[in-house]
Design a protein around this ligand. Structure first.
Ligand SMILES: [Cu+2]
Length: 139
């Protein structure tokens, strides 16, 4: 889990890393830039799920949306949330909050009573994929 996806690197750095003719000096320079990007700054922490709606393990009335809030921003394009159960056609595409910390998945109609499992994976700001799952119940 220490690699940075190439798509997460700035365009100029991608150009460096793709240039097969680059000399050893440039190679070392690019490597040190990547190492610096990974190891510095408070914004480079791993994103973790901080809270959710419905809350982990809770029993709730049918929700109008699912919300997953992370400790740091996540990339919507590389994030997925699925919900198991009788939910076909009821779950919309994820959106993201303005601060980039919360994935919001609209739920249309009502979910029938029972247990549901939310599976999620997300690309955190530090370039690492994070994933997890939790359950909740609808009364
Ligand atoms: Cu990380």
């Amino acid at each position: 889990m220490n690699s940075v996806p190439i798509a997460a690197l700035p365009d100029t750095l991608q150009a460096f890393t793709k240039d097969i003719a680059m000399n050893k000096f440039m190679s070392l320079l690019a490597a040190s830039l990547v190492a610096t990007a990974i190891s510095t700054g408070p914004a480079m922490a791993h994103s973790e799920l901080k809270r959710s709606i419905p809350a982990v393990g809770s029993t709730v009335a049918t929700p109008t949306s699912l919300e997953l809030t992370f400790s740091d921003s996540v990339n919507l394009r590389f994030s997925n949330v699925t919900l198991t159960g009788a939910v076909e056609g009821k779950i919309g595409k994820p959106a993201i909050s303005e601060d980039g910390h919360t994935l919001i998945i609209p739920v249309s109609g009502s979910l029938s009573a029972g247990k549901y499992v939310v599976n999620w994976d997300a690309l955190s700001q530090d370039g690492h994929k994070v994933k997890g799952e939790f359950s909740f119940a609808v009364e």
